[in-house]
Design a protein around this ligand. Structure first.
Ligand SMILES: *Cc1c(COP(=O)(O)O)cnc(C)c1O
Length: 458
């Protein structure tokens, strides 16, 4: 068969116009925002790759589902449709809706994590880490060594380091470990997948020490697709079967429906432990809502119920993973350094390698992110020393391990020509990389400074 492009497996029924600010308008916006892309207004951005969270397009079937949303306070029909969808995929017996993934984390940790505990994971996502630390516990990252090397080419760079997991349990003691977590795919580690073989080994260790295993399942379908493509013995299995096998190895999951729920808001906590679930529901009532809506409208539950099934469609997943890889290939082939292989939901540009003349203290990834916006109105996000740098007693800062700009691709939102445009902007900026200067921070908050800091060119 001749070569054929993998096309978007949908056609467009409703459109939203994109604003096209001029370069002068973008320059003005940058100055007003203090060179922080979080300070931009959406109408100042041409292609918005800030995040893939809640920014995707819903299908006609999801919108149709919203019209039959049942807004009964208790026992809504929509809840039972949502619960059925979650149970069919995860197999877990207790399903608790929440307004986002972080609410599921907070409710779970508040009822199971105590001061002085250690929660191991491959890599904790920021909200997961913050919610573990909020309980006075330590969130410990145990991803394999290659997982933090941008150029190591491995099929499952999100895997847990099994020896390090065993060593952590032996060092800390089982009494101080309330659960083991695995993030699929590993968002903070470049959107890299975890293999079923690795999940099985984690399960074996958990069985040996009697520990529960909880998946951070935000991108479970993308992870299942990588397993189908890359893990021996899974080529002929459906993404749904693979996802079911992943969930069956764990005792529960936290989920943000803003990712692989294909919805704009929502999440859930699903468990097999009925006693723990009862405690979680009590806290849910206090802070989120009654257990059959958990802070969501009935129509949100409908959108998620439909989205959870659409996300496992092979045509969708083939297009989804290919569109990320397509952008990665285009920029890499033009000589732009990136984290390889491409992750599921995003392409990560390696600013440390591209801008060796900018020291970490002048935030090379921030400089690159600003330049992408100035050049082409493309908004990515800095994942480097602005986000992770820590102040030292002498007034300087300890740098982050990597200086990355993440270009996260919203689901079903942009077409191939939008992605081509993004690649053109990235390549254009990279060609004049030597001209890009660094930044200094002139204003910052004590916590999570990357959201609100103001910068000046040095
Ligand atoms: C987004 C995300 C979360 C948190 O979900 P929210 O819906 O943003 O609260 C947790 N873990 C991972 C891996 C995520 O990507």
């Amino acid at each position: 068969m001749p070569h054929r492009s993998i096309i978007e497996p949908f056609r467009i029924k409703s459109v939203q116009s994109i604003d096209l600010p001029t370069v002068e308008e973008r320059e003005k916006a940058l100055r007003r925002a203090g060179y922080n892309l979080f300070g931009l207004h959406a109408d100042e951005v041409i292609i918005d790759l800030l995040t893939d969270s809640g920014t995707g397009a819903m299908s006609a079937k999801q919108w149709a589902g919203m019209m039959i949303g049942d807004e009964s306070y208790a026992g809504a029909r929509s809840f039972y449709r949502f619960e059925k969808a979650v149970k069919e995929i995860t197999g877990y017996t207790e399903v608790i809706p929440t307004h986002q993934g972080r609410a599921a984390e907070r409710i779970l940790f508040a009822n199971s994590v105590s001061e002085g505990d250690v929660v191991p994971s491959n890599t904790h996502f920021d909200t997961t880490r913050a919610n573990v630390e909020y309980q006075g516990a330590e969130a410990r990252d145990l991803v394999i060594a290659e997982g933090t090397d941008p150029s190591a080419l491995l099929p499952f760079k999100g895997n847990v380091d099994i020896a390090a997991l065993r060593a952590t349990i032996e060092e800390v003691g089982v009494d101080r470990i309330p659960m083991v977590m695995v993030t699929v795919t590993n968002n903070s580690g470049g959107g890299q997948p975890v293999s079923l073989a690795n999940l099985r080994e984690v399960r074996r260790i958990c069985n040996e020490f009697g520990l529960p295993l909880i998946l951070d399942a935000c991108r479970f379908a993308e992870n299942a697709w990588f397993i189908k493509l890359r893990e021996e013995g899974y080529t002929d299995r459906t993404p749904r079967e693979i996802a079911q096998e992943m969930f069956a190895l764990a005792d529960g999951c936290t989920m943000s429906a803003k990712k692989d729920g294909l919805a704009n808001i929502g999440g859930f906590l699903a468990l097999n432990d009925g006693e723990l679930a009862a405690k979680c529901r009590n806290l849910l009532i206090l802070t989120e809502g009654f257990p059959t809506y958990g802070g969501l409208a009935g129509y949100d539950l409908e959108a998620i119920a439909v989205g959870l099934n659409e996300v496992l469609d092979e045509n969708y997943l083939r297009y989804r993973i290919r569109s990320t890889e397509y952008l990665a290939e285009k920029v890499y082939d033009a000589g732009v350094p990136i984290v390889r292989p491409a992750g599921g939901h995003a392409v990560y540009l390696d600013a440390k390698t591209l801008l060796p003349h900018i020291p970490p203290g002048q935030y090379p990834a921030q400089a690159l992110a600003v330049e992408l916006y100035r050049n082409g109105g493309v908004r990515g996000v800095e994942i480097g020393s602005v986000m992770f740098g820590r102040p030292l007693p002498d007034g300087s800062e300890s740098p982050a391990a990597m200086e990355l700009v993440r270009l996260a691709i919203p689901r079903r939102t942009y077409t191939q020509s939008h992605i081509d445009f993004v690649a053109e902007v990235v390549i254009d900026v990279a060609m004049d990389a030597g001209e890009i200067g660094g930044y200094r921070i002139v204003e910052q908050a004590p916590w999570l400074r990357h959201f609100t800091a103001r910068f000046e060119p040095t």
